[in-house]
Design a protein. Structure first.
Length: 138
């Protein structure tokens, strides 16, 4: 595993998210991956978080944009690495369910902090085994 491979995986991940390519985005995660999402109070299985993201972002009329900061990569072993970076994230017309019915909202995070732990698979691909998202106070 190289720094360049991890940086490329991060860029492809966000490109898939902004392009609303749900199946491609899901393919970045190992089946057993876990996620601490921005508003989550607990660790959740990636399959649950991605299902929620699909409903709120991918299947709705949302518009998504992002701007990546510097990607810091720490190679842990020949087969694993951590990528830590900031990004700006804006999503408009997100479909958020509420007690009064569905409504749309906007998210605008100017300092979204992201950590991804990647692991190389037998087929050579890099998969996310853990993701942590948090928002720095403005």
């Amino acid at each position: 595993m190289t720094v360049a491979e991890v940086e490329d995986a991060v860029r492809r991940y966000w490109s898939a998210a902004a392009s609303k390519l749900a199946a491609e985005l899901q393919s970045f995660y190992l089946e057993t991956a876990s996620i601490f999402a921005t508003m989550s109070k607990r660790l959740e299985p990636a399959r649950l978080v991605t299902a929620r993201r699909n409903r709120e972002y991918m299947e709705s009329a949302s518009r998504i944009s992002y701007e990546l900061g510097v990607i810091n990569v720490d190679l842990l072993t020949n087969e694993s690495a951590v990528a830590a970076y900031n990004t700006r994230w804006r999503a408009e017309q997100i479909l958020k369910p509420s007690a009064k019915g569905e409504k749309t909202s906007t998210e605008n995070f100017t300092h979204l902090r992201v950590s991804h732990v990647f692991q190389r698979q037998d087929d050579g691909s890099l998969k996310i085994i853990h993701e942590h998202l948090s928002v720095a106070s403005e």
